[in-house]
Design a protein around this ligand. Structure first.
Ligand SMILES: C[S@@+](CC[C@H](N)C(=O)[O-])C[C@H]1O[C@@H](n2cnc3c(N)ncnc32)[C@H](O)[C@@H]1O
Length: 201
C-alpha cells in the first residue's frame, strides 16, 4: 500500500485545524480593525498560516507573536513566516521569540493579545510550569480576550481544562475531533484531538 507523504499528512492536519478553529472562534471572536494573537509554546509555528487566515477574516490587520523555549524551532518559524506573511495582501505580520511561557511577565512589550493560543499544550509534562503558562496567559487578556488550547490526549485535555478552570477561566466552546490523525509515538495520541476556548471570569 502506498504511503501518504508526510507533507500531505501535515497539510491535512492543518486543513482540519482550520475548519475546527473557525467553528470554535466564529461565535467568540469579535471583528476589530486590528487583532493580535500570542502563540505560546509554538514550536515551529506550523499553524501560523491557518491562524493568519482566520484573523484576516475578522480584521483589517493582524499580528501573530510566537514564543517557545526552543531556539532552533523559533529560528525556523521566523525564516518561514515573516517572509510568507509579507507576501499576503492582508496586513499581516509575525514574529517569534525564544522565551519561556512561564516567564511571560518579563515581556511587558507584548501587550494584551486578543487571543492567547496553545496548540498541543503539554500540561502533564510539567504541571507546575504549565499552570504558570496558563495563569500568565490569562493575566494578559482583557475581558474580551480568548484563550484557545488544543490537545493530543483525552486525559491531558481534561487535566488542562480543570487547571484553567481552577485559575478562573470559563470554557465557552469546545470541539472533539473524532477523525484526528493518530500518532504512533504514544497510545491515545492524535493531532488536535480536542480544541477548547476559554474566557476570563
Ligand atoms: C507538544 S509541543 C507543541 C508545539 C507546537 N505548539 C505544535 O503544536 O507543534 C510543546 C511545546 O512546548 C514548548 N515548551 C515547553 N516548555 C515551555 C516553556 N516553559 N515555555 C515555552 N515553551 C515551552 C516545547 O518547546 C514545545 O515546542
Amino acid at each position: 500500500m502506498a504511503h501518504t507523504p508526510f507533507t500531505e499528512l501535515l497539510q491535512g492536519d492543518l486543513d482540519t485545524l482550520e475548519t475546527n478553529l473557525r467553528e470554535l472562534l466564529d461565535p467568540q471572536l469579535i471583528k476589530k480593525d486590528h487583532l493580535s494573537l500570542l502563540n505560546l509554546a509554538c514550536g515551529r509555528g506550523d499553524e501560523t498560516g491557518v491562524l493568519a487566515k482566520i484573523l484576516s477574516e475578522k480584521s483589517k490587520s493582524a499580528h501573530l507573536q510566537g514564543l517557545d523555549i526552543r531556539a532552533a524551532e523559533i529560528d525556523q518559524a521566523n525564516s518561514r513566516w515573516k517572509k510568507e506573511l509579507s507576501k499576503k495582501e492582508h496586513a499581516l505580520s509575525a514574529d517569534f521569540i525564544t522565551h519561556r511561557g512561564d516567564r511571560l511577565r518579563d515581556l511587558d512589550h507584548l501587550g494584551t493579545p486578543d487571543i492567547a493560543f496553545l496548540r498541543h499544550q503539554n500540561y502533564w509534562n510539567d504541571k507546575a510550569v504549565w499552570t504558570q503558562i496558563f495563569d500568565q496567559a490569562l493575566e494578559r487578556l482583557d475581558e474580551d480576550g480568548l484563550l484557545v488550547i488544543t490537545s493530543y490526549f483525552d486525559k491531558e485535555h481534561e487535566l488542562a481544562t480543570a487547571a484553567l478552570e481552577n485559575l478562573g477561566a470559563l470554557q465557552v466552546g469546545s470541539i472533539i475531533n473524532p477523525n484526528s490523525r493518530a500518532l504512533s509515538d504514544a497510545p491515545g495520541k492524535s493531532v488536535d484531538k480536542h480544541l477548547a476556548v476559554f474566557r476570563k471570569t
